[in-house]
Design a binder for this molecule. Sequence first.
Ligand SMILES: O=C(O)/C=C/c1cccc(O)c1O
Ligand SMILES: [Fe+2]
Length: 319
Amino acid sequence: MSSMKLQCLSHTPLMGLVDPDEATVRSAMQALRTLKEDLETFDPELIFLFAPDHYNGFFYDLMPSFCIGAAASSIGDYGCRSGPLNVPGNLAIECVKAVQAAEVDCAVSFRMQVDHGFAQPLELLTGALDRYPVIPVFINSLAAPLPSFKRARLLGNAVGLYAATLGRRVLFMGSGGLSHNPPAPSLAGATPEVAERLIAGRNLSAEQRNARQQRTIDVAREFAGGGSTLHPLNPAWDKDFLERLKQRDLIGFDKVENAQIGLAAGESAHEVKTWLAANAAMAAATGGRYVVRSDYYAPIPEWIAGFSTLQGDEQADYG
Ligand SMILES: O=C(O)/C=C/c1cccc(O)c1O
Ligand SMILES: [Fe+2]
């Protein structure tokens, strides 16, 4: 019999590298442990993981709005594990067909490279990259022009309708956000060297990788010390976003324009579209009969993250 569950969490590669005070780390880790224990109790037969990329697997040589992996492998950035995810290829292709039949265009990859956006939640919540079968669903949240909130919702809706046909225990997971603006180059105005990296910067050397990560670590330290020009975290925006998900007002997000996001919450806040898609999948798969709660929120400058966890469960009598 079908059974559905929803889990969303912020990711941050700075965890363990630039940490806040002990009490904050402890409370964030407790929130993650709760997700992990609940996931283990649910024991999913299949996970749909909605997540972004940070110019590690997807580049401007061919940048899709959405891509489903029929096979995927983690590059192992920021100390995340490298290696293959456990992707059921046939189901992933069936999912692409269902999404396209629902008139949402979606690319497919038989060699998807994923970074901490996918690897960190799998490691934190399942202890491995390959413990459970997982269908990776990439949402471009960084490389303008970006898909809209409405398209992300429709993608999630189509994935949820497909998942409901499988007769399995399915977990919808969203990884990213909330308000944040880590250092990330944009193609507009980039030097030729940076533009080349954004267009075709796959497979960095160890030296290039270390330099990139060290830059982010340095900026995080500066940001935490209050001496950085990064866009500030925006707890009010984050709480409003979480509240809307709790209200299950997903169509309400159709009115949100991409141009508003960077100004209010930092350019990387577009990662919340992974949460929106996961919530829309849960809504579609349960026919709207689900409840959402968010047990944890804290703005954590050291992690350059409005950091939160959220869960959703089916509820038969919820109108
Ligand atoms: O890709 C990077 O170098 C940094 C990514 C990052 C930093 C902070 C918060 C996030 O959500 C990130 O993805
Ligand atoms: Fe990110």
